[in-house]
Structure formats: structure tokens, C-alpha cells
Ligand binder design. Structure first.
Ligand SMILES: CC(C)=CCC/C(C)=C/CC/C(C)=C/COP(=O)(O)OP(=O)(O)O
Ligand SMILES: [Zn+2]
Length: 454
């Protein structure tokens, strides 16, 4: 197992623990403005590396502390400031609610009942009378803000929050967003992409309204988005990207068709996205960014439970010399519904009950190091990388990625990890998430119970 005093993906016993990411900084040829900007960021990261290599293990452990109180303060202030701006024209507010409230839930911080009721009330004003949620009261319903609103209400988890969702209308909205190709549109007459497929299927699954009419042919669309690199693009013919790879893989799992993807090339692609800086990049030849800690780290957490399917794919292609990918039939060992019955609404629940079949598929301590030392802002909040400003989006996805990496050694989802799996003091440990929906696991179980009743 990794040691929490090890700071390099390829660490050995003695210093320097981390190689200089760019030893030739002084000998660069003439650079463009963009390259100069990138260089400045890389120099900052290199500075942190130099700093880390020069300090004791004890000092490193202090530097790796999660500044919980500061984060809670930053997030709660943000949530309260949303209040007066509820009347301002802005299409992002359900997202802000989700990013902030999910972060607070990950930190294990309870929410004041008055604030919670304000959020439920606000989101019910965003709910369209024909189903789905818009970015604000009176705005067109949109799949992205519908996903954000539903995940927010699941995260709140009260009877008031969960019963505020009109599932019949939401189902009609989802059917209206379904295109004849099988994929989904983000909104009426809107763009079709893998995000739309994921947000529609995730919402339907968590609310227990997923059926074959919603699922029909969506897998065919996602298969067309897997690229020659192995990752998944936003639409057919585009470049593989971590955000879309998460959306595409999670969708395929939720519809019980993950075995149709080329999982070993997907695994190869995502494993190589963890850079020498210890964080993940979103796509080949781009800079690392804290938010990919979840998009790419989440993919690898999902893959830990899919390894038997990878083995099966590799065995069948080496035995027959032909690939069995792309078929629609799910044999028993690839069935994720847990019953061999292919019952769609069970997949999210039974998937998380599966054992992780291997140790983590990425360097979890290195990722925690990037998040805590390069993305964490000591005054509260998280950012993409040194040199950038904090924001709620990066706070949400850095904390989600931190949680995923802390629990990646746990065979059973949510089981307390050993101290060696957690970088810094054990009090850094966050709440575990359900990686298919990115909601806190306990909140998921409450909503699963609630929506299974009806
Ligand atoms: C559920 C949901 C709505 C998911 C969204 C998933 C997601 C993050 C998609 C990524 C979109 C994208 C191509 C960003 C590239 O930005 P960039 O070029 O600024 O960044 P890069 O250089 O890191 O690629
Ligand atoms: Zn980012």
C-alpha cells in the first residue's frame, strides 16, 4: 500500500521526492503569449515542488491539512449571498446551489433548516410547469440545471426537499428531450451531446423513473463518441475529454451497457491523464486542473468495479481474435443490475454494493497532494491551479476528487480507509460519494429509500 509520506507517483525512499517537472525552464526558445502564461503556471507548480522536497515529513503533513473551517465559511457565505441574487437574471443558480451544498455535505457540515427551506423554495420556483428545472424562476427547463437541482435536493435529503420534485412531469420533460437518434438534447431545440445523455439518465436513475423508453439507443450514441484514444468525446468526431468520459461511462453503467465500450483502451487513456504534477489533465497535452480530480479520478473509481468486464473483454478478444465490443447483449457476468434481470432502476444501487476489484487505478496520495497543496486556497475554497482564483465549481470537484481518492483503497464503498490512504491528518477525511451521481453516499441511500417507496 502507498505510504502517506510518499509524495511522488514513482516515489522511492530518499529525496528528492518529486522530480522537477521542467528542468529546462531557463533554456526555452522564444514563446507565444499563451505559452508564457502556461510557463508561469508551471513555474509556480515547480516552486511548490522545490518547497516540498526541502521540508521534513512533519512539516509536509502540516502543509497537507484540509482547512475545513475556512472552506465551510467560504461556502456558507456563498450560499447566503445567493439569497438576494435570486431575483437577478442568471442561468446558473441551481448549479451554484449544488456546487456549494454538495461541498458542504462532503465536509460533513449540517445545514441550518432555514437555509435549507430557502433553497427548496427557490428550486421549486425554477421547476417548469411542464417538468424540468431552469436556471432561475421563469427560465426554460434545461437538462444541466435539472441535474443540478435534483442533486441539490437529494443532498438536502429532507422529506420536504425530496417530495418537492414532480417526478411525473420530470419524466415527460426527459422524454421530450429525447432525440430520434436515442441521445438527448440539453433543452427544447438545444444541442445533443454526452452531457445531455448523462444528466437525463442520472436524474431518471436517482429518481427511480428510468425505463427502456428513455434508455433506447442512448448506448449507440455514446459508443459513437469513444475515440481512437480510448476516452469519450462530447459528440461523435470530437476529442476525448475527461468531463465527457465521466458522463459517457457513468451513463453506460447506469443503462447496464458498459460492456459495449472498449474498456481497456478507456482505462489506458484515463490512467495516462495523471501528470507528473500529480493532478489530472482533461485531455492529451493540456495542463492539469483540480476539477479533473473528480472527472478523471471518478472514472477510475468506476473502473475499479468494472475490472471483471475488462478481463472478459480481453479474454474473449484473445481467444476469438475478434472483439465482442459493441454488442447489446449483457451476459450474466457483465450485468450490473445485481439480479441478472437487467432491471434498470437497480443498477445505481447494486453497482455501489459491488466490491472494488483491485487497489486504486491511480496514485491516490499524489492526487490528494495536488488538491491540498496546489488547488486548496488557505482562506477557503479551491482553484484549478496555482495562479488562478478560487470558485465554487472547483471547490465542488476538488473536494469530490479528494473524497474519491481517500476511499479508493476501500473494497466496500464508504468503508473507513486506513490512515495511510489519507494524506495529512486523518481529520482530512471527507464523506464518501456515490461516484455514478456524485452525491454523498448517505444522502444517496436516503433518497434511494424514499424513491423506492413509490
Ligand atoms: C454533468 C456535466 C454537465 C458535466 C460536464 C463535464 C465537463 C467538465 C465537460 C468538459 C467540457 C470541456 C470540453 C472543457 C474544456 O475546457 P478547456 O479547454 O477550458 O479545458 P482543458 O484545457 O482542461 O481541456
Ligand atoms: Zn477546471
Amino acid at each position: 500500500m502507498e505510504s502517506s509520506s510518499s509524495f511522488s507517483p514513482s516515489s522511492s525512499s530518499s529525496p528528492p521526492l518529486i522530480p522537477n517537472p521542467n528542468p529546462n525552464l531557463d533554456q526555452q526558445p522564444r514563446l507565444t503569449i499563451t505559452q508564457l502564461e502556461q510557463l508561469k503556471v508551471e513555474q509556480k507548480v515547480a516552486e511548490i515542488y522545490r518547497l516540498l522536497n526541502g521540508v521534513s515529513a512533519h512539516a509536509r503533513s502540516l502543509m497537507s491539512e484540509l482547512w475545513r473551517d475556512k472552506h465551510v465559511e467560504f461556502l456558507t457565505r456563498g450560499l447566503k449571498q445567493l439569497g438576494p441574487s435570486y431575483h437577478v437574471l442568471d442561468a446558473n443558480r441551481p448549479w451554484l446551489c449544488y456546487w456549494i451544498l454538495h461541498s458542504i455535505a462532503l465536509l460533513g457540515e449540517p445545514l441550518d433548516t432555514e437555509l435549507e427551506n430557502d433553497v427548496v423554495d427557490f428550486l421549486s420556483h425554477c421547476e417548469d410547469e411542464d417538468g424540468g428545472y431552469g436556471g432561475g424562476p421563469g427560465q426554460l427547463p434545461h437538462l444541466a440545471t435539472t441535474y443540478a437541482a435534483v442533486n441539490t435536493l437529494v443532498t438536502l435529503g429532507s422529506e420536504n426537499a425530496l417530495s418537492s420534485i414532480n417526478r411525473d412531469n420530470l419524466y415527460k420533460f426527459l422524454l421530450r428531450m429525447k432525440d430520434s437518434s436515442g441521445a438527448f438534447r440539453m433543452h427544447d431545440a438545444g444541442e445533443i451531446d454526452v452531457r445531455a445523455c448523462y444528466t437525463a439518465i442520472s436524474v431518471a436513475s436517482i429518481l427511480n423513473i428510468l425505463d427502456y423508453e428513455l434508455v433506447k439507443d442512448v448506448g449507440n450514441y455514446i459508443l459513437r463518441c469513444q475515440t481512437y484514444e480510448g476516452g469519450i468525446a462530447g459528440e461523435p468526431g470530437s476529442e476525448a475529454h475527461g468531463g465527457y468520459t465521466f458522463c459517457g461511462l457513468a451513463t453506460m453503467i447506469l443503462i447496464n451497457e458498459a460492456d459495449r465500450l472498449d474498456l481497456s483502451s478507456l482505462l489506458d487513456w484515463v490512467a495516462f491523464r495523471q501528470g507528473i504534477e500529480c493532478g489530472f489533465q482533461g485531455r492529451t497535452n493540456k495542463l492539469v486542473d483540480g476539477c479533473y480530480s473528480f472527472w478523471q479520478g471518478g472514472v477510475l473509481a468506476l473502473m475499479q468495479r468494472l475490472l471483471p468486464i475488462v478481463d472478459k473483454q480481453l479474454t474473449s478478444s484473445s481467444v476469438s481474435g475478434e472483439s465482442s465490443l459493441g454488442s447489446t447483449c449483457n451476459s450474466k457476468s457483465s450485468d450490473l443490475s445485481g439480479q441478472g434481470s437487467g432491471k434498470l432502476s437497480d443498477v445505481g444501487f447494486s453497482f455501489i454494493k459491488r466490491h472494488a476489484e483491485s487497489p486504486p487505478l491511480f496514485h491516490t496520495i499524489a492526487l490528494q497532494q495536488y488538491i491540498l497543496l496546489c488547488s486548496q486556497v488557505l482562506e477557503g475554497g479551491f482553484k484549478d491551479k496555482p495562479g488562478k482564483y478560487r470558485d465554487f465549481y472547483h471547490s465542488c470537484y476538488c473536494l469530490s476528487g479528494l473524497s474519491v481518492s481517500q476511499y479508493s483503497w476501500s473494497k466496500d464503498a464508504g468503508a473507513s480507509p486506513l490512515p495511510t490512504a489519507v494524506l495529512g491528518p486523518y481529520s482530512n477525511l471527507l464523506e464518501p460519494v456515490h461516484p455514478l451521481y456524485n452525491v454523498v453516499l448517505d444522502k444517496y441511500y436516503i433518497s434511494h429509500e424514499f424513491f423506492s417507496r413509490s
